[in-house]
Design a protein around this ligand. Structure first.
Ligand code: ZN
Ligand code: ZN
Length: 306
């Protein structure tokens, strides 16, 4: 691996963007057929633009992360072998086991994600970076980006611990990756299509919508992403009612619309000062994040389709 192999990175970028485009667009089809809310067309364009920026930065960050692991000689401490499961003579059983193994890997990975996410809501600096994602008001399968710095946090809290566990099979990480990418888009999708009772195991859009909610009783809930089991175990799960589809975003923090605002969101002192001044309750903090920046109704210009 070269220090800066442009060709290799371009390939990685195209591969990652293809995956995003396929799953996000599949969810948009659901948003059109079974809409929960219809958001502006501009928000979809904005979402696609931000994905290009984020994947571009992510490709660079993950490239140097892989180089760093190699230079430091980080090796797995534990090996989990799924090989025996995946060598059945029956192709249907093989596929079933591949998906099952992918789900198991994703659930294990989500344990680290869950605690990273709680830290992002508890540590003020991490919250500023993460708030870029929470500021989105027109939340859809395309318009659901995190800040470009997210891979740094993810590398430290999730990828590094997972690098110490080796999964003995080529198919498992591929299946887990595909499931997690689909999940990322479905969880933000503004569609009435959801996973129903399967939600008690796998997170979906109804479950994750609560995490983005501006309503007081939804605060500090539903941190898990792929699975809901860690929220159940650590008592942060909130199970949405049949027609519960709350407003999302941050009350005094508008969604960044331009590229500059998207990149500078965490560091724009004027934006954060304005948010505090607008709240009128400066200094009230709950678990590291200013409660007034997230609570209360917001006024978006969406048109309801329910
Ligand atoms: Zn969050
Ligand atoms: Zn989210």
């Amino acid at each position: 691996m070269h220090v800066l192999d442009v060709g290799e990175m371009a390939q990685l970028f195209v591969k990652a963007f293809k995956l995003v485009a396929i799953f996000a667009t599949a969810c948009v089809v659901l948003e059109v057929i079974f809409p929960a809310y219809r958001y502006s067309f501009a928000s979809y364009i904005r979402g696609a633009r931000n994905w290009i920026i984020r994947i571009g930065c992510g490709t660079l960050i993950w490239h140097f992360y892989a180089l760093g692991l190699k230079w430091l000689g980080v090796k797995p401490l534990v090996t989990i072998n799924f090989g025996a499961l995946l060598h059945s003579n029956n192709p249907i059983a093989n596929t079933g086991f591949a998906v099952l193994s992918g789900v198991l890997v994703a659930i294990a990975g989500d344990f680290f994600y869950y605690w990273m996410h709680r830290a992002q809501h508890a540590v003020p600096f991490l919250w500023r970076l993460h708030a870029t994602h929470h500021s989105i008001r027109e939340l859809t399968a395309w318009n659901c980006n995190h800040h470009i710095s997210e891979p740094f946090v993810y590398a430290a809290f999730v990828a590094l611990p997972l690098a110490l566990i080796h999964f003995e099979s080529g198919v498992v990480p591929v299946a887990a990756m595909a499931l997690i990418t689909f999940q990322a888009h479905l969880s933000h999708s503004s569609t009435r299509f959801n996973l129903g009772p399967l939600r008690y195991l796998i997170g979906d859009n109804k479950f994750h919508r609560i995490h983005h909610s501006t309503e007081f009783h939804h605060r500090h809930k539903n941190y898990g992403f792929f699975t809901t089991v860690w929220d159940t175990i650590f008592r942060t799960a909130y199970w949405p009612k049949t027609n519960e589809w709350p407003e999302v975003g941050m009350r005094n923090q508008p969604e960044p619309l331009t590229v500059r605002d998207f990149i500078m969101f965490p560091f724009d002192q004027r934006r954060w000062r304005k948010a505090k001044a607008g709240s009128g309750t400066q200094g009230i903090k709950t678990g590291g994040l200013n409660a007034v920046e997230r609570d209360g109704p917001i006024h978006s210009d969406r048109s309801s389709a329910i």
